[in-house]
Design a protein around this ligand. Sequence first.
Ligand SMILES: Nc1ncnc2c1ncn2[C@@H]1O[C@H](COP(=O)(O)OP(=O)(O)OP(=O)(O)O)[C@@H](O)[C@H]1O
Ligand SMILES: [Mg+2]
Length: 100
Amino acid sequence: MSGNQIPVIETVSVVKRFGELVAVDGVSLAVPQGECFGLLGPNGAGKTSTVRMIQGVSPVTSGTIRVLGMNVAEQGRKVKALVGVCPQEDNLDPDFSVGG
Ligand SMILES: Nc1ncnc2c1ncn2[C@@H]1O[C@H](COP(=O)(O)OP(=O)(O)OP(=O)(O)O)[C@@H](O)[C@H]1O
Ligand SMILES: [Mg+2]
């Protein structure tokens, strides 16, 4: 793999706080193009919070996230247009049926 491509995802010292609770405590990582990356940790470790910040649906408390070189805090709409997410649990409304 070429070493000079911009990372698909890059996080620098990312922190997420919910009030007093520090859910994500300074995560720095880089995912190169073409790499399959797993974020592992026990329940409550902050995985979902981290992914939500990468998607741009949850603002960082501090730190910086870039997706394909774009700062998610500044270019969230562009990032959302390029990222596909398959969540752990579906977001479908159980009251909506498939048929008419
Ligand atoms: N919206 C929220 N408001 C307050 N606290 C939250 C919120 N979302 C997550 N937390 C807390 O932040 C911490 C990290 O949660 P998160 O869901 O990111 O962990 P996780 O690694 O995805 O866990 P799991 O393996 O159970 O999915 C937990 O202590 C959780 O209770
Ligand atoms: Mg989770």
